[in-house]
Design a protein around this ligand. Structure first.
Ligand code: SF4
Ligand code: SF4
Length: 225
């Protein structure tokens, strides 16, 4: 066999496959369409604005060349797709749900969560984190922290576009980086948010919050001379 014939054969197979695909697409009237079906030849002259791109779905009827033109096109994400944890605060009262109980830090398999407890001006412990850190390079996206949190305070987010040019300090997220509103979570996880389980958890949480508030008021009244 002549040297290099294998490579040539491979190239021929690829070319044949490509030509056949275009031929079939041309006959089906899809030759100038993006596979997602949203944009046409005019794409050569204008860039579709971000956020209004068609959603691309490759199902069993879609054949031929298929390239998701990320970031102009995106594959739909499943709601349960999880990347990194976030901390939830309630929009209506700004209440940060985390009580700094350390349970998530204890269950985290690679031990990439750490935090410090907030203190009152008198030095007493307050059920809030003063700061909260997660090392995103170490997190393995297992979701155990969210499973174990008794206050529904830590949830898994699906945002995967987190790349940047600095790989040390900025990859350790602090409290400000981690905080997201309950409204954001409701929008990104509509099914989970409206599930019976989450609704019951939220109701319990509101009761706990009210109880803590009443206790704090009573303590303040007794300490006033
Ligand atoms: S996120 Fe949840 S488990 Fe972790 S410290 Fe806060 S309240 Fe506790
Ligand atoms: S998702 Fe898993 S690895 Fe990441 S912080 Fe939570 S428990 Fe730790």
């Amino acid at each position: 066999m002549i040297a290099g014939m294998g490579v040539l054969r491979g190239l021929m197979i690829t070319m044949r496959r490509g030509l056949l695909t275009f031929h079939r697409d041309w006959r089906a009237g899809k030759a100038l369409h993006r596979r997602g079906g949203g944009a046409l030849l005019v794409d050569l002259f204008r860039t579709p604005s971000k956020g209004s791109e068609p959603t691309v779905v490759q199902d069993h009827l879609t054949d031929g060349l298929f390239t998701v033109e990320y970031p102009d096109e995106r594959l739909p994400l499943h709601e349960r797709f999880r990347v990194l944890p976030v901390l939830i605060y309630d929009d209506h009262d700004g209440h940060v749900r985390c009580t700094c109980c350390h349970i998530c830090a204890k269950v985290c398999p690679p031990q990439c969560i750490w935090m410090s407890q907030a203190k009152s001006p008198r030095g007493t412990v307050v059920p809030l984190p003063e700061d909260f850190y997660i090392d995103m390079d170490v997190c393995m996206n297992c979701g155990l922290c969210a499973e174990y949190c008794p206050f529904d305070a830590i949830k898994m987010d699906s945002n995967f576009e987190l790349a940047n040019y600095e790989r040390h300090q900025t990859h350790v997220f602090d409290l400000q980086d981690l905080l997201v509103s309950a409204e954001y979570y409701a929008k990104t996880h509509p099914e989970a948010w409206s599930s019976a389980e989450e609704t019951t958890k939220r109701q319990k949480l509101e009761k706990k919050k009210e109880h803590r508030l009443q206790k704090a008021i009573a303590a303040a009244e007794t300490s006033t001379p």
